[in-house]
Design a protein. Structure first.
Length: 509
């Protein structure tokens, strides 16, 4: 192959959905053996373009060339045959199949008699999980895995296809820092094997870590392609959003009030597991007008803690949970909602969205009693409430009647946050709320969280990104293997101190 011919040529690609132009004449190229990053805000068209390249979307205008040859993929199988594999931002796994079965779905290994060779698939999957340096068991059902482990199954699935072009669409959105390090070790090995990587991420530290070139999209159009060594994160951010993102000093002059939520001796059993406890003897208090962060590596118990506080834990927790000085027991999320507790889950696709509903319905579904007259939903009230939320969180949508599945991942997340804000909670639980959200939208969400906090709401937030917690929080709790191993006030914050606490095991006692 002539080295001057790009491996991938995207020529005037245009894709329109009802009411939205997702891509508008996008043109750029990718060189062979290149680590090429594509960045932009939510709704910029990144994921749509990657779906065209991988054969998920087949109806579009423009031309796609691979090694100079014009191609038109009519299915993902055709793209895979051309050596293209994709790790999707939104996980595409079959929850009731095992991790190994998902890795080889549609490409199952068979015996000489044509029967499924489960042992061979489990051995191969185990080798892939070993390469990813993770502890997933091949026979484990995907629905029993946390979202971060599910993302690792997606990555293993893509690696199993031995592709020459690998598209990674937000591959680290649910991974901890240690898991990101593992992934980049894999990326280094792939690049050494002459694999070309298209990398989509909102995390500019990752983009600048390994990119050869960076392509910026904004509102479906190409802004610029730059050599990584000729630019910097500030310039890329400006190109992405068309404006400067100011430094946000969030915690300045906050004045937390009285305790609104108190947790004493909270423990969550883990039946059948060697560790015996998902959470053990957790104690803390949350004040009105305070943002309290929860840090920890994957498996530390961050999500389990929030589930206990919202009535969705897999087993009944022990200990005491007190809201406004009164002990509460939540048998269901409905109990928590009625009492004034709201939860935005980490897994938007499985636990947050109502995909069959539109944007308006997704936002207002928790407040239908307020929009009803004589038992019937008052359409005008509901539309007004949805409109207010769309404007408050700057949700990019053609309108409230647009399908929620037509929105970008970050705008879907903002719609879920808007839903729970409409319940006017006393305590807002945010489980990794900016996962899959771009830098501009993150800044908007940070400002919303800060405003809610200053209005007297108590906010408990988890995040896999330590800089995010440091920017957002008044205090940070650190969990390690279900135990509280650190508590820090703002003056004590540092990534090193938080990470040391996150890796500090306590004796079971």
């Amino acid at each position: 192959m002539n080295s001057e011919i790009p491996l991938i040529s995207v020529e005037k690609i245009t894709k329109r959905f009802p009411g939205v132009t997702a891509l508008d004449g996008v043109t750029f190229d990718v060189r062979a053996r290149e680590f090429h990053s594509v960045v932009g805000e939510n709704g910029a068209g990144k994921s749509t373009l990657m779906k065209i390249l991988s054969g998920v979307i087949t109806d579009y205008d423009g031309t796609l060339r691979i090694a100079g040859e014009k191609v038109s993929f009519t299915s993902t199988r055709k793209a895979e045959a051309a050596g293209i594999s994709i790790i999707h931002q939104e996980l595409n796994l079959v929850e009731d199949l095992s991790a190994a079965a998902n890795v080889f779905l549609g490409r199952e290994k068979r015996t000489a008699l044509g029967l499924l060779d489960d042992r061979a698939m489990q051995r191969a999957a185990a080798a892939l999980f070993g390469e990813l340096e993770c502890q997933i068991r091949p026979e484990q059902l995907v629905r029993t895995l946390r979202v971060g482990d599910q993302q690792l199954v997606e990555i293993a699935k893509a690696l199993s296809q031995d592709a020459s072009i690998l598209i990674m669409d937000e591959p680290t959105s649910a991974l901890t820092e240690a898991e990101v390090e593992r992934l980049f070790r894999i990326i280094d090995r792939l690049l050494a094997r002459n694999v070309t990587i298209l990398y989509i991420s909102h995390k500019l530290d990752e983009v600048f870590r390994r990119s050869d070139r960076i392509t910026v999209l904004r509102d479906g159009r190409l802004v610029k392609t730059l050599d990584r060594v000729a630019t910097n994160p500030r310039e890329i951010t400006h190109l992405m959003v068309g404006r400067e993102i100011e430094n946000i000093n969030l915690a300045a002059n906050r004045l937390p009030g009285e305790v609104v939520l108190e947790v004493a001796g909270l423990s969550l059993p883990w039946t059948g597991h060697a560790r015996a406890w998902r959470l053990r003897d957790i104690n803390f208090a949350l004040r009105r007008g305070e943002v309290l962060g929860v840090a920890g590596l994957m498996g530390a118990g961050r999500t389990e803690l929030l589930e206990c506080l919202f009535g969705t834990s897999p087993e009944r927790p022990l200990g005491r949970i007190m809201l406004e000085g009164r002990e509460v027991h939540f048998a269901s999320p409905a109990d928590a909602k009625r009492t004034g507790v709201a939860l935005v889950t980490e897994d938007r696709k499985r636990l947050g969205l109502f995909p069959q509903m539109n944007v308006r319905e997704n936002i207002t579904i928790c407040m239908l009693d307020e929009t009803a007259t004589a038992g019937l939903i008052a359409g005008r009230k509901e539309r007004r409430a949805a409109r207010e939320s769309i404007e408050l969180l700057a949700i990019k949508t053609p309108g409230g009647e647009a399908p929620i599945t037509g929105l970008s991942g970050g705008n879907q997340q903002k719609a879920i946050i808007a839903r729970w804000l409409r319940t006017r909670p006393k305590v807002l639980l945010l489980d990794d709320p900016t996962r899959g959200v771009d830098v501009g939208a993150k800044a908007e969400l940070y400002r919303v969280i800060d405003r809610l906090c200053r209005d007297g709401l108590g906010i408990l937030v988890t995040s896999s990104e330590l800089p995010e917690l440091i920017a957002l929080c008044d205090r940070i709790l650190v969990l390690c293997e279900g135990r509280l191993t650190g508590s820090f006030t703002r003056g004590q914050f540092s990534e090193q101190a938080l990470m040391e606490a996150a890796t500090q095991r306590k004796d079971e006692g």
